[in-house]
Design a protein around this ligand. Sequence first.
Ligand SMILES: O=C(O)c1ccccc1NCC(=O)[C@H](O)[C@H](O)COP(=O)(O)O
Length: 209
Amino acid sequence: MRIKICGITEPHQSIAIASFGATALGFICVPTSPRYVTIEQIQAAVAKLPDKIDKIGVFANSNISEIQQTVIASNLTGVQLHGDESPEFCHQLRQSLPQVEIIKALRVRNLEQLETTANYIEYVDTLLLDAYHPQQLGGTGQTLDWQMLQAFSPNRPWFLAGGLTPDNIIDALNQLHPNGIDLSSGVELSPGNKDLNKVALLFQRLKSV
Ligand SMILES: O=C(O)c1ccccc1NCC(=O)[C@H](O)[C@H](O)COP(=O)(O)O
């Protein structure tokens, strides 16, 4: 299973979290986020990471040239689209960045919206389901209605996100079978400052899965 820790801002934390066993790290490229990082900060955070770690830039409603510029300058291996990007936008991004993993995040409010994931299947590599929040795009600590996801079985790998913590992760994975999990505020001291004790506890608990 893929384990993505998102909202990294500090180089020493990115190295520590990779050494605990994270398979992917996420860097927030959304200027309004308290976890926002510049290209220079991403470069510093990824510089000493092993090649096998996926380095994902998280964008929301950015244009293709901004995304392309950041991906190339920061050596990112993937892009997570966390705004209102359409399937057509994902298709265009694929033409511009053919070697880069495209993850479409959907902030799921109800079953009808969950069904819109089908529109993205042919244009993205991976889906990510996050919780809906009326004011914030991500990193909110809100959990999804896991009951609503019981029958979710898309024709693409998918990440479960939204309010996951070391305390609820086993419960989540007993109920759902995602290909990956994504955590941010549940392993933080404050936005962008990860709590390495909580990250270590997470990986310890995941050993039993
Ligand atoms: O984390 C942010 O600040 C953020 C801002 C704008 C768009 C996306 C953002 N985060 C995306 C993520 O992938 C988070 O890991 C995801 O929302 C889960 O967060 P949390 O509920 O805190 O675990």
